[in-house]
Design a protein around this ligand. Structure first.
Ligand code: APR
Length: 234
C-alpha cells in the first residue's frame, strides 16, 4: 500500500483563528524573531519571551480544529496505507481534530523545557508561564516553552527523513517554504521517487519543487482532496 507523508504549516490553522508568521498581519510583522524566538533573546530578556508565549498560549485556549484538520484525521483512519503527519505548528489542533502520532518538529506550546537539565514536561494551555516557573527535576528557573527556536535543530529529524525516503506521496499544506529543513522535504521526497503536491492559498517559495498544486483555503481544499483520494486514489 502507498505511504503518504503530510507536512503542515501555520496556514492549516489560519482558519481556526491562529495567525500565520509571514504575509499580511503575520506574527513576525509585530514581533522581532531575534527577540522572542531565539536562545539569545531568551537569555537577554526572558520576561519578553515568556510574555510572547503566554499571549500565543492564550489564543490556543479558544481555537478549534477546522475542516482541514478533521479531513487529515479522517484520511489517517480511512486510507489503506500509512499516513504520517509532520507539523511545523506548535498547536494541538491536529490531535484535537482526531489525528494520531503527529510529529511536532518545532515542539509544542503545552510543554516546557529546562535549559539546565533538558527535562521536559507538560504545561496545559490554561496555566500561565512566569519567571518563577522552575524545573521539577533540577529546580532551575526560568524555564522555556518546549518549542524549537531559530538556530536550534528541529526535533525528530532522523524519523522524518526515514519517512520522506520511504513515501509514495508527499503533501505540503499551508507552509510558505521559507524555513529549512522543512522547506527541503519536498526535494528529499522527490529524489526518493515520490509524487509531490502543494496545497496552499498561493504558490510557496518552493512551489517549483512540487509536481502539482491545489490553490485555495485549506478548510475547503483539504477535505476535497481527501475525498477524491479516498474515492479515486488520485
Ligand atoms: N489555507 C491554506 N494556506 C494558507 C491559508 C489557508 N487558509 N492561510 C495562509 N496560508 C499559507 C500562506 O500562503 C503561507 O504560504 O500558509 C503559509 C503560512 O506561511 P508562514 O506564516 O511562513 O508559516 P510556516 O510556513 O508554517 O512557517 C514555518 O517558520 O517562523 C517559523 O517556526 C515557525 O513553524 C514556523 C516556520
Amino acid at each position: 500500500m502507498d505511504k503518504i507523508v503530510i507536512l503542515t504549516g501555520a496556514g492549516i490553522s489560519a482558519e481556526s483563528g491562529l495567525g500565520t508568521f509571514r504575509g499580511a498581519g503575520g506574527l513576525w510583522e509585530n514581533q522581532r524573531i531575534e527577540d522572542v524566538a531565539t536562545p539569545e533573546g531568551f537569555a537577554r530578556d526572558p520576561q519578553m519571551v515568556i510574555d510572547f508565549y503566554n499571549m500565543r498560549r492564550g489564543k490556543h485556549r479558544e481555537v478549534q480544529p477546522n475542516a482541514a484538520h478533521l479531513a487529515l484525521a479522517h484520511l489517517q483512519a480511512s486510507y489503506p496505507g500509512e499516513v504520517v503527519i509532520v507539523t511545523q505548528n506548535v498547536d494541538r489542533l491536529h490531535e484535537r481534530g482526531g489525528a494520531s502520532a503527529v510529529i511536532h518538529m518545532h515542539g509544542v506550546l503545552d510543554a516546557l523545557l529546562c535549559n539546565a537539565c533538558g527535562h521536559r514536561w507538560g504545561w496545559p494551555f490554561e496555566r500561565r508561564l512566569d519567571l518563577a516557573t522552575a524545573c521539577p527535576r533540577c529546580a532551575d528557573a526560568p524555564t522555556r516553552p518546549d518549542v524549537v527556536w531559530f538556530g536550534e535543530m528541529p526535533y525528530h529529524m532522523e524519523e522524518i527523513e526515514a519517512h520522506l525516503t520511504g513515501c509514495d506521496l508527499f503533501v505540503a499544506i499551508g507552509t510558505s517554504g521559507q524555513v529549512y529543513p522543512a522547506a527541503g522535504f519536498v526535494r528529499a521526497a522527490d529524489q526518493a521517487g515520490a509524487d509531490t503536491l502543494e496545497i496552499n492559498l498561493e504558490a510557496s517559495a518552493v512551489r517549483s519543487d512540487f509536481a502539482r498544486a491545489i490553490i485555495g483555503p485549506a478548510s475547503q481544499t483539504v477535505p476535497a482532496w481527501v475525498d477524491a483520494l479516498l474515492r479515486h486514489r488520485v
